[in-house]
Design a protein around this ligand. Structure first.
Ligand SMILES: [Zn+2]
Length: 500
C-alpha cells in the first residue's frame, strides 16, 4: 500500500511547482501521483478565485451580510398540471448573518411565509400565516446554512479555508467559457462541484447530486450571473437553479450589504404566541375504524381491508416508508394481498413510494393523465446511493380512475370522487360511506398542532365542487397533519366567507 496521499502546500505558486515536479501534464502512472495531481492542480484555481473576490484578507473579513432577493419558484411536480412547464410562484428571501455571534435571520415570503431567527442559544420559526412560533423542525446551523452558497464571496472563503482538501475535477464549458471544476466537501459531507471561470476566477456554478424521486440520482445545478462590484466584492445580481435538467428557481438580487450593522435583526419577537411543536410521530399505522388504517407522520397513506384483499390510498413518504406500512398490514391482516392502490394526485409527496406498491402487483388506480409519469417512477428510476431505497423496477398495472369510482366487496364500500380544484387538476378524494370517513390530500389539511389557517384558493375551489356531492362526513383524514372533523372543515369554509 502507498502511504497516505501527500498534502499539498497552501501557496498557489508552490503548488504549481509541485504539480510540475509531479508531472501533471504527462499521464500519471501510479495512484499516489493521481491524488497528488488533483490536489495540486486545485491550488492555482483557488488562488485565482480568492484574488477575484478581493483577496484572502477581504473574503475572510466578511463578518456580516444582509441580503434580499426576489425569487421565482418553479413548482416541479407540485404544479396544478403534471408539466413541465411548471407553475411559478413569486416569493422573497431576506437573510442576515453575523459570523462572530453565529446569529442568523431568514425570512421567506410566498404562499407559506415563515421567518427563522437564531439568537445565541435560542432559535425559533414563525409561521406568518397563523402568527404562531415554534422551535424549527430541524436545528438551524448558521455555519452550514445556505447563505454560504448564495453569496459567492462566502463560498470562496469556505473553499479558501479548506483549500488543502479541495481537488480539481476537470474543466467545463459554460456559455462558451472555460471553467475549472473544484470538488469541495461541505461540512455536512455533501460534495459540491464548483465551476470557477478559468480566466476571471469568478464562481459561475456549483452542482450537487441529489436523489430525485422521478428519475433517481440527478444533478442540481446552481448558477450565478450578472456579477457587479458591491463594496469591492464581485456579487452576482442573479442566481438560478435547475434540478434533473428542469429549471426550478430564479432569483434577482434586490440589495446586499457586507459588514453592516445587522444586530437588530436577531431580536426574538415577544408578541407571537408559541405553540408546542408536533411530537415526533411513531411510524405506526393508526386504526380509524375497523379495518381502516392511516399512517402517522408527515406523509399519511390510507389502507382499507376489503375482506379478501386490501386497498391503499396514496404513496407518500417514499419507498421504505411504504414497505414498512405494508409490513405492518401483513401482521394486522394476516397477509392479505394489496389489490388496488389509489393515487389522489400526481404531486411528488404522494407518489414517491409508488414503486413499493407496484412491486406487490397491486393495480394503480390513477387519473389517466399521470399514468406515464407513474410508470416512469416504477420502471426507470435508479438510485446508486446507499441511503435511498427503491423497489425492483417493474411494469406497473395501471387503470384510469373515473369521475366517480366505486370499489365494493361484502360490507365494505369505497367511493372515489374527482374534485377539480386549484391545487391539482387530477385530484380525487376517497370516501367511506359506512364509516363516514373522508380522506384527501393537501387541500384540507389540518396542521399537526395549533390553529387551522384560513381557507385559501385551493380550499375554496375544492369546497365549491365538493359540497354538491352531498357526502355525509364525520371524520376528516388527511395526507398531512392531524385528523379532523366535519365541523372543523365547515368552520374553515366560513373563514373564507368572513374574509370576503
Ligand atoms: Zn399536492
Amino acid at each position: 500500500m502507498e502511504s497516505p496521499s501527500p498534502r499539498p502546500p497552501r501557496s498557489g505558486l508552490a503548488a504549481i511547482a509541485l504539480a510540475t515536479v509531479a508531472g501533471v501534464i504527462s499521464a500519471p502512472s501510479a495512484n499516489a501521483q493521481v491524488f497528488l495531481d488533483v490536489y495540486a492542480r486545485a491550488q492555482p484555481v483557488i488562488t485565482n478565485m480568492v484574488e477575484a473576490y478581493g483577496g484572502a484578507d477581504t473574503i475572510t473579513a466578511i463578518n456580516t451580510v444582509h441580503f434580499k432577493e426576489n425569487n421565482t419558484i418553479f413548482q416541479r411536480y407540485q404544479s396544478r398540471r403534471l408539466g413541465p412547464p411548471f407553475d411559478t410562484v413569486p416569493t422573497t428571501t431576506e437573510l442576515a448573518y453575523d459570523k462572530a455571534t453565529g446569529n442568523f435571520y431568514a425570512a421567506f415570503g410566498g404562499q407559506f411565509p415563515v421567518r427563522q431567527i437564531v439568537n445565541g442559544e435560542e432559535s425559533i420559526q414563525i409561521d406568518l400565516t397563523r402568527m404562531v412560533s415554534f422551535p424549527p423542525p430541524a436545528p438551524i446551523d448558521p455555519n452550514t446554512h445556505f447563505i454560504h452558497r448564495v453569496v459567492p464571496a462566502l463560498l470562496a472563503a469556505r473553499i479558501y479555508q479548506r483549500a488543502q482538501n479541495v481537488t480539481w475535477a476537470g474543466q467545463s464549458r459554460i456559455n462558451d467559457r472555460t471553467h475549472d471544476v473544484l470538488s469541495v466537501a461541505w461540512d455536512n459531507g455533501q460534495v459540491y462541484m464548483v465551476h470557477v471561470d478559468s480566466e476571471t476566477g469568478l464562481i459561475r456554478r456549483y452542482d450537487i447530486l441529489f436523489p430525485d424521486f422521478v428519475v433517481g440520482d440527478a444533478l442540481a445545478e446552481s448558477y450565478f450571473e450578472d456579477y457587479k462590484d458591491i463594496e469591492g466584492i464581485p456579487t452576482p445580481q442573479r442566481r438560478w437553479q435547475r434540478m434533473a435538467g428542469q429549471k426550478t428557481f430564479d432569483a434577482k438580487l434586490v440589495e446586499i450589504s457586507y459588514n453592516g450593522d445587522v444586530s437588530g435583526m436577531f431580536e426574538l419577537p415577544a408578541d407571537v404566541p408559541a405553540i408546542d411543536p408536533a411530537p415526533p410521530p411513531e411510524q405506526k399505522l393508526r386504526e380509524l375504524a375497523e379495518g381502516v388504517w392511516i399512517g402517522n407522520g408527515p406523509y399519511q397513506n390510507l389502507y382499507v381491508d376489503m375482506g379478501e384483499y386490501l386497498v391503499s390510498v396514496d404513496a407518500g413518504g417514499g419507498t421504505a416508508a411504504i414497505e414498512g406500512e405494508l409490513g405492518q398490514l401483513d401482521e394486522l391482516t394476516g397477509g392479505k394481498p394489496l389489490k388496488y392502490s389509489v393515487i389522489t394526485h400526481h404531486h411528488s409527496d404522494h407518489t414517491n413510494g409508488v414503486d413499493a406498491l407496484a412491486a406487490t402487483g397491486s393495480t394503480l388506480l390513477a387519473d389517466a393523465s399521470i399514468h406515464n409519469y407513474l410508470a416512469g417512477i416504477v420502471r426507470d428510476r435508479h438510485f446508486a446511493g446507499a441511503n435511498t431505497t427503491h423497489a425492483a423496477p417493474a411494469e406497473p398495472r395501471l387503470t384510469a380512475l373515473k369521475e366517480k369510482q366505486v370499489i365494493e366487496d361484502g360490507d365494505r364500500r369505497i367511493e372515489i370522487y374527482r374534485v377539480p380544484n386549484a391545487h391539482a387538476e387530477d385530484y380525487y378524494v376517497v370516501y367511506l360511506p359506512a364509516e363516514k370517513i373522508l380522506y384527501g390530500a393537501d387541500v384540507f389539511n389540518f396542521p399537526p398542532t395549533g390553529p387551522i389557517p384560513p381557507a385559501n384558493e385551493n380550499f375554496v375551489t375544492f369546497w365549491q365542487n365538493f359540497v354538491p356531492l352531498g357526502l355525509q362526513v364525520e371524520t376528516v383524514a388527511n395526507a398531512h397533519g392531524r385528523l379532523g372533523t366535519w365541523d372543523e372543515l365547515e368552520a374553515r369554509a366560513r373563514t373564507q366567507v368572513a374574509a370576503n
